[in-house]
Design a protein around this ligand. Structure first.
Ligand SMILES: Nc1ncnc2c1ncn2[C@@H]1O[C@H](COP(=O)(O)OP(=O)(O)OP(=O)(O)O)[C@@H](O)[C@H]1O
Ligand SMILES: [Mg+2]
Length: 227
């Protein structure tokens, strides 16, 4: 079943229940949601409201207990493992609060990883990875090991890694949660710029009000429901 154009992300009646039998916990309840290409969606809600669960469902990192998630017109429930991997590697970039870089690899090598998975030739991969590092202002740190980078630099590398395959959708889960205010603002401005100049659809979990004015949709979750 194809999603109706023009939504790049659509959730229909999505529910996510964790646990079994008596220990069941509804983390996401009956969510209907439509995101258009180029949207800048900001997700807020207190701790435990279901924000990360929602992002994981959109990313195909987790699956609904019932309901349907469509990404680029594809029903995630109906994709094979291969198709899902390709979608996750090519269509979606994910940025985490805690960066999730490989500490022993250099900045460049971290950014190269998704390209290697996408079977680029080494020369082409290097060119694209350098380009992505340049976009986040870190070209000169290409050969630095991830473990020696500052928090802001680490998050820039993580963003470079997330955009290097030119994904249509960028998901970011409290990407400035571990950064000081000024560094956090820089990262937020970088995301705004990626949305505005490159037309990327962004779904951002944040409580940073400085970026709220860039949003085309504000979502607030409360106990798994949109309010
Ligand atoms: N794998 C899991 N098994 C059981 N319960 C889970 C699991 N993952 C999340 N939950 C529960 O689902 C609810 C929503 O969790 P989620 O991580 O989505 O919240 P959040 O809004 O991202 O919170 P935070 O702001 O603290 O990151 C929480 O009550 C959490 O304990
Ligand atoms: Mg979370």
């Amino acid at each position: 079943m194809l999603s109706t154009f023009p939504h790049i992300v659509e959730l229909r009646g999505v529910k996510k229940i964790f646990g079994k039998d008596t220990g069941q916990f509804p983390a996401i309840c009956d969510i209907n949601l439509q995101i258009a290409p180029g949207d800048f969606v900001i997700v807020t809600g207190k701790s435990g409201a279901g924000k990360t669960t929602l992002l994981n469902l959109i990313a195909g990192l987790d699956f609904p207990s019932s309901g349907t998630v469509f990404v680029s017109g594809k029903n995630l429930n109906e994709l094979s493992d291969d198709e899902l991997s390709r979608l996750r590697n090519g269509t979606i970039g994910f940025v985490f609060q805690t960066f999730h870089l490989q500490p022993q690899l250099t900045a460049l090598e971290n950014v190269l990883l998704p390209l290697i998975l996408a079977n680029y030739s080494p020369a082409e991969a290097c060119e694209k990875a350098f380009e992505a590092l340049a976009k986040v202002g870190l070209r000169e740190k290409a050969d630095a090991k991830a473990e020696v980078l500052s928090g802001g630099q680490s998050q820039r590398v993580a963003i470079a890694r997330a955009i290097v395959n030119d994904p249509a959708i960028l998901l970011a889960d409290e990407p400035t949660g571990n950064l000081d205010e000024i560094t956090g603002n820089d990262i937020m401005q970088l995301l705004v710029q990626i949305n505005k100049t490159r037309g990327k659809t962004i779904v951002l979990v944040t409580h940073d009000r400085s970026v709220f004015s860039a949003a085309t949709q504000m979502l607030k979750l409360d106990a798994g429901r949109l309010v």
